[in-house]
Design a protein around this ligand. Structure first.
Ligand code: GCO
Length: 424
């Protein structure tokens, strides 16, 4: 048996988001896009199904948090749905604010810390009607109103802030990769929207700090790991290096210096961005091979998850090492997990990644916590309910919850604050 002991105070958590779990979120862009896709014949749909009731977490959060406590979860990451707070331009729903306060209170009363995200992919329908992310000035006026409303209203209950989830993913998936609404593949729109996300992050940081100067504020960044398909091929090596720069490094350099570098900018600055980060949140799932600028998901023989993502645990180690070399800040793994119905595979995946996190920590990388995606099975964006990332199984017909074998395994790791791995 090998033992991997984690330091005292290491924070073990689980993560989720509003739209993916709450149910009945009907005032945003994703809801509308899903309805539209359902008009098409099944083979032509870009979104597998409608979100609908999701996990009905809005009504069942007490039960979910009881199960989280049973597993020993010490911190839970949740998000606020902007379109619940502002269902219309000039309407603030105070009962929704009260409900989010009750949810965070329910976590605290179970001894669970709160990590709060303010934007996890969706925007209100009325914001989209005004041009959405692409009309930065208008967008930011309304985002500012949201911030000024929600931050003071719930901030006393927040332990860690992660205002923006994955500032790189909506620009890439929605405006370049045609995966998320509005399904564009337009480089200029991609750059424009990415710059809106820089502004959102910078403003969020400043507003939170104005109200709660001591509160730790980070970002959940989807760090993409790229490697050459054939390491001997110079074009493949160049492709991996370029992708790494465009997808990852640009963001951190911009937050460090306030300057937006190529290809997202030409060295112009957003002064508020400079230093706007107290910790790095790392979302990590897999690697991509590059053949020049062409990404390839897998090689023959690679083991893949239900998402088609290959198992590549050393990627998280390499990224942690990179982050520690380039940014002098604590790091929390804010998402890592696997879509599978095979609990042995879930355990294998989590164990392999935790060993790599531990290896990085042994070498001095300041990782302060690890949060598994996700607390419960939930609505996986374009793939719908087939992708089962949960530590807790949800039967979507009855809404019955059951802790999975992977969830019990994770609970044991948390209780013992260590991994025990058999050497055979
Ligand atoms: C993301 C989101 C989550 C996803 C998860 C699995 O990272 O894309 O934060 O909403 O569900 O990552 O794809």
């Amino acid at each position: 048996m090998s033992k991997y002991v984690f330091p005292e105070g290491f924070l073990w958590g689980a993560a989720a988001s509003a739209y993916q779990t709450e149910g009945n979120n009907i005032h945003n862009d994703w809801h509308d896009a899903e309805q539209k896709e359902q008009q098409k014949p099944p083979g032509k749909r870009r979104l597998a199904e409608c979100c609908g009731d999701a996990c009905d977490h809005w009504h069942r959060y007490e039960e979910d948090y009881d199960l989280a406590r049973e597993m020993g979860i010490q911190m839970h990451r949740l998000s606020i749905e902007w379109s619940r707070i502002f269902p219309a331009e000039n309407e603030v729903d105070h009962s929704a604010i009260a409900q989010y306060r009750a949810m965070m209170g329910a976590l605290h009363s179970r001894g669970i810390k709160v990590m709060l995200c303010l934007h996890h992919f969706t925007i209100p329908r009325w914001v989209l009607a005004k041009g959405g992310f692409e009309k930065r000035r208008v967008f930011m006026t309304h985002f500012e109103r949201y911030l000024q409303t929600i931050v003071p209203a719930v901030g006393d209950l927040v332990d860690y802030w992660l205002p923006i989830n994955e500032p790189n993913v909506v620009p890439l998936a929605g405006f370049f990769g045609k995966l998320f609404p509005p399904f564009k593949a337009n480089f200029l729109a991609f750059v424009k929207v990415y710059r809106t996300f820089f502004a959102m992050h910078a403003r969020s940081y400043r507003v939170i700090k104005a109200h709660f100067p001591e509160a730790p504020v980070g970002v959940a960044f989807a760090f993409m790991h790229f490697q050459p398909y054939n390491p001997a091929n110079i074009l493949h090596r160049w492709g991996a290096a370029f992708a790494n720069r465009a997808a990852n490094l640009c963001f951190f350099e911009a937050v460090k210096t306030g300057r937006i570098g190529f290809p997202l900018g030409l060295g112009d600055t957003i002064p508020e961005l400079r230093g706007a980060m107290d910790f790095v949140g790392l979302n990590y799932y897999t690697t991509l091979y590059m053949k020049g600028l062409r990404p390839i998901e897998k090689k023959p023989g690679d083991q893949a998850t239900d998402m088609g993502w290959i198992l590549y645990p050393q990627g998280i180690y390499e990224i942690l090492q990179y982050l520690a070399r380039s940014i002098d800040l604590p790091i929390i793994v804010t998402e890592n997990g696997v879509a599978t119905t095979d609990e042995n595979f879930r355990i294998q995946y989590l164990e392999a990644h935790l060993r790599e996190v531990h290896r990085a920590m042994e070498e001095g990388v300041p990782v302060k916590g690890y949060m598994c995606w996700s607390l419960t099975d939930n609505f996986e964006w374009q793939h719908g309910y087939k992708m089962r990332f949960g530590l807790i199984h949800v039967d979507f017909a009855t809404q019955k919850r059951t802790i999975k074998a992977g969830g019990s395994w994770y609970g044991r790791v948390i209780r013992e604050n260590r991994l025990l791995v058999s050497d055979v």
